[in-house]
Design a protein around this ligand. Structure first.
Ligand code: SAH
Length: 260
């Protein structure tokens, strides 16, 4: 009579040993597979699609610019509520009534600067810090000025948190540029003045390139090349940017928005 319970126990023990061995094999098999299956960052696919469908398809060809656009995590530069839209083909709100440019515009403007990795770049209009991060991946050093202190502070903290170490952010009116760091190999302006601020032209180094939207309701994206002591200017694209405020408009800088 004691055989049955004893045999049953032995059987159960053998089964659990087998199950444990099988589980061990499964764990061993599944570990290396986790590393080489689906990409770990779920945003990588939408980001690559953004580059292929919105940027390559419209003619941006600079391989370094395309690589930077595939790398910089745009969804981490927009407010959390906008993260699901980060890879859409449009500008997005970033707070304080400002916007982060459409991905294609960021890539197109960056390509116009012909960066090779050695340059010192000035950006006017830090906003979220996204364009600055793209520039940081392509140049040696980026100086970025934002007139709204709350955006400047948030962008500076965000860039630091995301490990971007070659961008310096300053909360100021960008009209006068950054004279202590001038001359610059490239200048990019991401807000539109009616006329190009003369101090920015003065801070463009020999063979330097500037990309800047100019105008009011109707704006043209202009590329200015400093060559042979003169400036060669061409209009490359009709665009729509937020206004370049402050001294360019003959006004003092705006008050920071009330804290929310
Ligand atoms: N490059 C930004 C987009 C910025 S939108 C990004 O990647 O997110 C334009 C920015 O220019 C706004 O944040 C606005 O506050 C800023 N701006 C407007 N006039 C300015 C000025 N005179 N000096 C510096 N920044 C200015």
């Amino acid at each position: 009579m004691s055989v049955l319970p004893g045999g049953g126990t032995r059987l159960a023990t053998m089964q659990s040993v087998r199950r444990a061995r099988l589980a061990g094999i499964l764990i061993v098999l599944s570990l290396p597979m986790a590393g080489c299956s689906a990409p770990l960052d779920p945003n990588e696919k939408p980001r690559n699609e953004m580059v292929d469908r919105q940027i390559v398809a419209r003619g941006v060809r600079d391989a370094r610019v395309l690589a930077a656009m595939r790398k910089v995590p745009r969804h981490l530069y927009v407010p959390a509520a906008e993260a699901p839209n980060a890879y859409d083909d449009r500008p997005l709100p970033i707070g304080s009534g400002q916007t982060i440019s459409q991905p294609y515009i960021v890539a197109f403007m960056t390509e116009q600067l012909h960066l090779t990795g050695k340059e010192k770049v000035l950006e006017i209009g830090t906003g979220s810090g996204y364009q600055a991060a793209v520039l940081a991946a392509l140049a040696a050093k980026v100086y970025s000025i934002e007139i709204r202190p709350e955006l400047a502070k948030a962008a500076e903290e965000r860039l630091k948190r995301l490990g971007v170490t070659n961008v310096e952010v300053r909360a100021a009116d960008g009209y006068r540029g950054w004279p202590e760091a001038a001359p610059f190999d490239a200048i990019i302006v991401t807000a539109a003045p009616e006329k190009i601020p003369p101090p920015l032209l003065e801070q463009l180094g020999p063979a330097g390139r500037m990309v800047i939207p100019v105008g009011g309701f109707y704006q043209e994206l202009k590329v200015i090349e400093h060559s042979g002591g003169g400036f060669v200017e061409k209009s490359v694209l009709p665009v729509r940017f937020v206004p370049f405020v402050g001294e360019a408009e003959g006004k003092p800088a705006p008050e920071p928005s009330p804290a929310r």
